[in-house]
Design a protein around this ligand. Structure first.
Ligand code: 5GP
Ligand code: ZN
Length: 114
């Protein structure tokens, strides 16, 4: 989609530090990390948010979860725990309207989140 930051990252028009890529999923480092490990997992297809359920079929969801799980294990995030965050809507802090899973780890994560 034109003017979508993450579509530009997916298309390599904007440089990013990619840690995983397959036909349907890209995982790259967040430019402004909030934890020692802070990655963003995105579907390559443009999907505005988790609310676009008609675009999120079970195959794509499984691909996303498989990739997130694999990268979490590669980074040894299972040892001390990690968090997956999907900010949805302005009030929750979603600033990029392309569905993305934050993967946060390697620091103590408090609850409830701010
Ligand atoms: P949101 O606020 O929508 O939940 O998350 C968007 C995330 O994208 C933020 O954590 C922000 O730091 C990250 N971000 C914004 N611009 C860029 C960029 O150009 N490159 C990368 N790698 N991350 C970005
Ligand atoms: Zn997009």
């Amino acid at each position: 989609m034109e003017d979508c930051l993450f579509c530009k990252i997916i298309n390599k028009e904007i440089k990013s530090d990619i840690v995983f890529e397959n036909d349907s999923v890209l995982i790259f480092k967040d430019i402004s990390p909030q934890a020692p490990v802070h990655l963003l997992a995105v579907p390559k297809e443009h999907i505005d948010s988790i609310l676009e359920v008609e675009k999120l079929d079970s195959g794509l969801l499984k691909e996303l979860i498989d990739a997130v799980s694999r990268i979490a294990l590669e980074n040894e995030l299972d040892k001390d725990g990690f968090r997956i965050v999907i900010n949805t809507g302005i009030g929750a802090g979603q600033s990029v309207n392309h569905l993305h899973f934050h993967i946060l780890g390697k620091r103590k994560l408090s609850w409830p989140p701010g």
